[in-house]
Design a protein around this ligand. Structure first.
Ligand code: HEM
Ligand SMILES: [Cu+2]
Length: 583
């Protein structure tokens, strides 16, 4: 008799399966768009006109870094809370409610993006996933984003409610580590997503609806990046959760230190938000002094990542030694390398380290000038969220999905090939992107070659870089499709039982070794708020003083939206909704 998650919580498992299916659908579309981009910008195969490249790129960004990652996050967090508190949500209808809101938001945003391909529909949102002014998309796009974010807020409320209910039954007990990670992530998310909510609701949406004449672009950019940096941790922290909770178990051991894990998550609450301006080193209108302070803060963010590297590798070593591994490095051989869930996560961690080093380059105020807006940046993106996160999610699914379905994983060896293919594909593609960026190849363009201009590549050639990018992109796409196929087959593989049970072994150093103050979430939230005020009040005040709340009158660029019937419809819908709520 198996003891899986679905045996204990069948309706929860059904819910999480649905959430994962949504996430994987977004992944499929996004990966397909990625393939189109890789082949188009290297001029190997062009299935679209170049102007449509921006529609594809917007879809790629939004579907992957917002839909795929965040739906996976809410699925994995739902699992983590239920499993570690050993209780169902207070009200399952509420749970389905926020999921429904997130789906509705995604559908609206997806419609606005994809309608850009259809000339007959007067709707488009080629704003890229960094949707600040002066790029302007159709209001439906922003309404969708807002609903999606509100959905995630309610998901957090749901998890906090579960925790409060649990606390009533377990007075004085330490918060179980997985739930602790969920709650701290959500605190970070509440603090940071306020920025994007204000940007959209107060400025961008009224502007696209024609209610205000113009916006202050520096202000909307700053509000966007206020959220735009922490959102990268929102993608990453569920991967951290899997590294801390699942990886030690898969290695055959136990988590090295629960207290260190708690410290890491607290550090993310404190440090994630006050650094967003590091995306604006080249923006005029923000004084160098502020940028310099932000650079210093950013370098502190290395700390939680280094602590994580230490804790996770120590846990793996412990596991390997439990399995008979010996020697300074010889223990590495004793790890379960034939297990795709393990190998995928280990490779993801390796790539993450490399992404961290390139992130230091981006973070440096002076060398940032060298790589800014070049192909280097998507190189960095694909090592971080595109691999550390995405590959961990895929690898984690090889363990989680059998838990959620009660079925044995289909094609373990193919799974191993799949994670290796992703790793090889990312090495090719990002190698090309990093090197291309260093010689000045621009990002976000269908036509990176200029007439009568040659890139000076120190070693190799532009042709070789293009070939690597295209080969890498194809391998990644094949890998993504293999993953999805294995997931589908596993879902339809009844009459089988998973090999593993759901118990997560206790850490070597448990929660009782952690100072009680770590669990004082109110205290950390207050300190985080103070740090945010310190980092942002002066820059924002100076931006508003100089440019005004709604800015000088600037025209939207370049995706102008004409007053049209569909905008009128959205406006009427919003007015109706406001009236209904007001009543
Ligand atoms: C099949 C796998 C993938 C392929 C072939 C691929 C390919 C590409 C290419 C070629 C670009 C550069 C476009 C340009 O600047 O002109 C790009 C950008 C990007 N990719 Fe991917 N990618 C893949 C998977 C992913 C994943 C899994 C993520 C995140 C979870 C991701 C996130 C991004 C982001 C955020 C950008 C930047 C978008 C922008 O500049 O607005 N990609 N991708
Ligand atoms: Cu950042």
């Amino acid at each position: 008799m198996s003891n899986t998650f679905v045996d204990a919580y069948p309706d929860q498992a059904r819910f999480i399966r649905r959430v994962f299916a949504t996430s994987f659908t977004a992944f499929a579309v996004g990966a397909f768009f990625g393939l189109i981009q890789a082949l188009h910008r290297t001029d190997i195969l062009r299935v679209l006109e170049s102007p449509d490249y921006y529609t594809v790129l917007t879809g790629h960004g939004v579907f992957l870094v917002l839909s795929f990652t965040i739906f996976f996050l809410v699925g994995v967090y739902q699992w983590a809370v239920t499993d570690s508190l050993e209780r169902r949500p207070v009200d399952m209808r509420f749970t389905w409610g926020w999921y429904g809101l997130m789906v509705l938001g995604t559908l609206l945003a997806a419609f606005a993006i994809l309608a850009g391909f259809v000339e007959e529909i007067d709707v488009s949102a080629d704003t890229l996933f960094t949707f600040y002014a002066p790029l302007q998309g159709h209001p439906i796009f922003y309404v969708g984003l807002v609903l999606f974010v509100v959905g995630t807020w309610l998901a957090g409320v749901d998890w906090f409610r579960s925790w409060w209910a649990w606390k009533g039954d377990h007075p004085g007990e330490r918060i179980p580590l997985p739930t602790f990670m969920v709650l701290t992530t959500m605190i970070m998310w509440y603090i940071s997503s306020i920025g994007v909510a204000v940007a959209i609701l107060a400025f961008i949406l009224p502007w696209t609806l024609g209610l205000v004449e113009s916006v202050n672009p520096t202000l909307t950019r700053t509000l966007f990046w206020y959220f735009g940096h922490p959102v990268v941790y929102f993608w990453l922290l569920p991967a951290y959760l899997l590294w801390y909770i699942l990886l030690p178990k898969l290695s055959g051991g136990r988590l090295f230190s629960d207290p260190l894990a708690r410290v890491v998550f607290i550090l993310f609450i404190l440090l994630s938000t006050p650094v967003g301006i590091h995306h604006q080193y080249l923006d005029p209108g923000i004084a160098d002094g502020f940028k310099f302070i932000v650079m210093t803060n950013t370098m502190f963010l290395l700390l939680p990542s280094l602590l994580t590297a230490f804790t996770v590798v120590a846990s793996m070593e412990h596991g390997a030694r439990q399995r008979g591994g010996t020697g300074y490095v010889g223990w590495l051989r004793a790890l379960p390398w034939r297990e795709p869930a393990f190998t995928g996560m280990a490779l993801a961690g390796l790539v993450f380290a490399f992404g961290g080093f390139t992130g230091i380059v981006n973070a440096g105020m002076n060398i940032n000038y060298l790589v800014h807006n070049s192909l280097w940046v998507p190189g960095h993106i694909h090592t971080q969220v595109g691999t550390a996160t995405a590959l961990t999610f895929m690898a984690g699914s090889y363990w989680l999905v059998p838990q959620l379905t009660g079925n044995r994983l289909v094609g373990r060896t193919i799974g191993l090939v799949q994670v290796l293919l992703w790793f090889i594909g990312i090495v090719f593609m990002t190698n090309s992107m990093y090197r291309g960026g260093l010689v000045g190849m621009p990002r976000r363009t269908a036509e990176p070659q200029y007439e009568g201009f040659q890139y000076e590549v120190a070693a190799g050639s532009v042709g070789e870089l293009n070939a690597q990018l295209a080969i890498g992109g194809v391998l990644l796409f094949v890998s993504a499709m293999l993953f999805l196929a294995l997931m589908l087959l596993t879902l339809f593989n009844p009459d089988s039982e998973p090999i593993d049970n759901r118990t997560i072994p206790a850490p070597l150093s448990g929660p009782d070794d952690a100072p009680a103050v770590l669990d004082n979430l109110k205290l950390w939230t207050a300190i985080a708020a103070v740090l945010v005020l310190l980092a942002y009040s002066l820059p924002l005040a100076s931006i508003v003083t100089r440019g005004g709340l709604f800015g000088p009158d600037i025209g939207p660029f370049p995706v102008t939206i004409e007053e049209s019937g569909s905008i009128e419809l959205v406006r009427m819908g919003l007015e109706f909704a406001l009236e209904t709520v007001g009543r």
